[in-house]
Design a protein around this ligand. Structure first.
Ligand code: PEP
Length: 248
């Protein structure tokens, strides 16, 4: 049995005071539901706050991006070594909002995953098709293309650190979702891609895209879905707790 993960992606939301209340809720969720692995991906300025508030708990925290560079003259970038100074255990890479708004290529995203692993973090490697690709029946081809640079850059030991997040772009923040069975079929396909690396049965593959308290349990009940990456609903402590409970 693979463990279930519930990871909150706060995106560009929050503030010191609001985070304090939300992190207290995340701590409650971890205390109440010990069997679920809980993660928080916060904006960079709040990593210290996460480290201070979550440090004694089972909750893992991290950032929403990492530089593909190691260090030096890259204004605005944040390196893997900097993230590990704040004991980050996870980092989101290749979120569709980064791919779309910041032009991150498939190769670049895989380099970021490598930097994460080199610095002891688990990359939450986001893949997913757009609505047009979905409608054109291209989902599997898109996902295979997004995964392939990862298989080139990371050897199998490093690959074992990855958490794959299947996030159909058309489901993010829209309230639209695939059916749980539809998502399950895609997760099964992702596992076939992992099979050549001996990781089909062990790597966490989580679902993201409009997961809410009222639909979470149906996604998490699917055999190849190992939990969720949660955007909007991770900003509300009660909703996040309900989703964590659905994963137990
Ligand atoms: C996300 O941004 O990773 C996400 C899944 O967002 P939402 O849950 O709001 O759709």
């Amino acid at each position: 049995m693979r463990p279930q993960w519930v990871i909150g992606n706060w995106k560009m939301n929050g503030g010191l005071a609001a985070n304090q209340a939300l992190l207290a809720g995340v701590l409650d969720a971890a205390r109440l539901v010990g069997s679920v692995r809980i993660g928080v991906s916060a904006p960079f300025p709040y990593l210290l706050q996460c480290q201070q508030m979550l440090g004694e708990s089972s909750v893992v925290w991290g950032a929403q991006d990492i530089s593909a560079e190691i260090g030096g003259a890259f204004t605005g970038e944040v390196s893997g070594a900097m993230l590990s100074d704040f004991d980050c255990g996870i980092v989101i890479v290749g979120h569709s909002e980064r791919r779309i708004y910041h032009g991150e290529s498939e190769g670049r995203v895989a380099e970021k995953a490598l930097r994460a692993v080199e610095n002891g973090m688990r990359p939450v490697f986001c893949i997913g098709e757009t609505q047009a690709q979905h409608d054109a029946g291209e989902t599997e081809a898109v996902l295979a293309r997004q995964l392939s640079p990862l298989f080139v850059l990371l050897n199998d030991t490093r690959l074992a650190m990855v958490i794959v997040a299947y996030e159909p772009v058309w489901a993010i923040g829209t309230g639209k979702t695939p059916t749980p069975e539809g998502a399950q079929a895609v997760h099964r396909f992702i596992r076939t891609q992992l099979a050549a690396h001996g990781l089909a049965d062990t790597l966490p593959v989580i679902y993201g895209g409009s997961v809410k308290p009222d639909n979470a349990a149906r996604f998490f009940a699917q055999p190849d879905i190992d939990g969720g990456l949660i955007g909007g609903a991770s900003l509300d402590a009660a909703e996040f707790l309900a989703i964590v409970k659905a994963a137990q």
